[in-house]
Design a protein around this ligand. Structure first.
Ligand SMILES: Nc1ncnc2c1ncn2[C@@H]1O[C@H](COP(=O)(O)OP(=O)(O)OP(=O)(O)O)[C@@H](O)[C@H]1O
Ligand SMILES: [Mg+2]
Ligand SMILES: [Mg+2]
Length: 481
């Protein structure tokens, strides 16, 4: 049998750090990058005799994610101890949730491609738990150091059903989960700071088989593109094992993205190995039904719905809509423009995704720090549409109105950027350009039609960018016969 006779089956566990001000069970600051061991106390390091107190915000944030992923919310639930030893876990247990997670039985619709085909991915559960500390390995000394600042940072674990069938589907799912977290403003999702991490579970089976194969779980996947590579590699590894007559055993493997390979860490522990038991130091979580509903009402329009709406209602191509949807500020400005109307929205999207994004990136600023507004942009784009200014002149207008409290019309006037639409003025320029470019004119007459573009360019140059290109083109065509 060959590779194509097999199908891969993938399920993902996403851990997202929640952006609460304080940790999940104590009042230590929840922040990244502080001096090592400066944000920890006897509670988050589990000193004997200390008691945890649940941070209410953590429950709110997790319920919001539950609503966004269409989950059933278990507003009466408990927390459990997951026992294991590791040097970054001074308590030797993690407070998590075992048999009754806060949210379960959900799903998310993921957009798979530019034609907006969708696939529904099941979400098994979302539970709250605490993060562990961080080991620091350094070549300058033997052994490892440990930083406890991350102990007790709140996490949600979002577990998917094994519904994914390719690395591309897994990537689309991860991108969707990340942007939902960002839309809800409950996690900063900084991959490089580890605020969103994923474990990748993979199995393979013969195409057409109704049963799943044995899964292997990969740890140390540090990016979404790394997840795609890890999935591809692991599925191939399993197929090779099966094809050579072997069997797959349930294992935890370590992905090494640099080498593009994974390595056995341990044969997989089962839930029973953790000896889960109800956390005796914490009360049952009880969230009043009104609070659950109130949180539902706080859910904004989510990325998938928004993207489809931009494509369907505003006629934007997927690519443009997707770029706009990535930034809260851009979305807000675009929607304000769309609500006011009167201009081509594709043009607005182009400016937002193009020059405006470029300028912001160059200056490392946000839209809120600029002087741009929906009205200014509408004003500028209308002037282009009415032929008052050229696209080139508009770039100058944009640069000026970006940081200054000036109207586009003011700038056009001050800087004399108005487009020359006057036929007789343009006629003179066309005549001059044709005279100076006899060879190009010959080429054009001999069938080299792209010579026309060159001539338009020359006319634009002669007008210092202020000629109306459409009018110039027409005049040129007339003269060239
Ligand atoms: N046969 C399979 N092939 C691929 N993925 C699978 C298969 N069976 C289960 N999975 C996926 O494995 C993941 C299991 O995650 P879950 O958190 O429930 O358990 P775990 O990995 O054993 O626990 P832990 O959180 O302690 O790592 C889910 O995403 C699920 O969809
Ligand atoms: Mg898990
Ligand atoms: Mg796991």
């Amino acid at each position: 049998m060959s590779k194509t006779d097999y199908e891969m089956v993938v399920g993902l566990e996403v851990h997202a750090e929640l952006s609460t001000d304080t940790k999940i069970y104590c009042s230590c600051k929840n922040s990244f990058g502080s001096e090592v061991n400066s944000n920890c106390c006897e509670v988050c390091t589990g000193m004997p005799g200390t008691l945890p107190t649940l941070n209410r915000k953590v429950v709110d944030y997790a319920i919001k994610m539950g609503h966004a992923l269409h989950c059933k919310i278990n507003n009466v639930c408990k927390q459990d101890r997951k026992n294991y030893f590791y040097p970054d876990l001074p308590k030797a247990y993690q407070i998590s949730q075992f048999d009754i997670p806060l949210c379960e039985h959900g799903y998310v619709d993921v957009i798979l491609d530019e034609e907006c085909h969708q696939k529904r991915i099941g979400v098994t559960r979302i539970h709250i738990e605490e993060d562990a500390g961080k080991l620091i390995h350094d070549d300058s000394f033997s052994g490892s150091l440990v930083d406890f600042n991350r102990c007790g940072v709140p996490l949600i674990e979002i577990v998917s059903e094994p519904d994914l069938r390719s690395p591309q589907e897994a990537k689309a799912y991860l991108d969707t989960i990340r942007s939902i977290l960002q839309y809800l403003d409950i996690s900063d999702c900084k991959m490089q700071e580890g605020s969103i991490r994923c474990d990748v579970n993979v199995s393979v089976r013969k195409c057409g088989s109704g049963e799943f194969g044995t899964r292997c779980e990969m740890k140390n996947v540090n990016s979404f593109s790394g997840a795609m590579r890890a999935i591809e590699y692991e599925a191939n590894r399993q197929i090779e094992v099966l094809e050579s007559g072997g069997t797959i055993t349930q294992e935890t493997r370590r992905w090494d993205d640099h080498r593009g390979q994974n390595f056995l860490l341990r044969s997989k522990e089962d839930a029973q190995d953790y000896r889960y038991f109800p956390e005796p130091d914490l009360l049952t979580i009880v969230v009043p039904e009104e609070r659950v509903q109130q949180l539902r009402e706080e859910i904004p329009e989510l990325p998938g719905e928004k993207l489809l709406r931009y494509v369907k209602d505003f006629g934007l191509p997927y690519f443009d809509a997707n770029l706009l949807c990535e930034s809260g500020e851009k979305r807000a400005l675009f929607e304000e423009i769309a609500a006011k109307g009167g201009i081509d929205l594709k043009a607005a999207a182009n400016w937002l995704n193009g020059d405006i994004t470029r300028i912001l990136n160059e200056k490392n600023k946000t839209l809120a720090e600029s002087s741009l507004s929906a009205d200014k942009l509408i004003g500028m784009i209308s002037m282009i549409e009415q032929g008052t200014i050229s696209n080139t002149a508009a770039k100058t207008v944009l640069e000026e109105m970006f940081w200054q409290d000036k109207e586009p019309s003011e700038i056009v006037e001050e800087r004399g950027l108005g487009q020359i639409n006057d036929d007789s003025a343009l006629q003179a320029i066309v005549g001059d350009v044709l005279q100076k470019n006899e060879k190009v004119v010959m080429d054009y007459k001999n069938g080299k039609t792209n010579a026309l573009g060159f001539l338009v360019g020359q006319c634009m140059r002669a007008t210092k960018g202020q000629g109306n290109p459409a009018a110039l083109r027409e005049l040129l065509l007339k003269q060239l016969g």
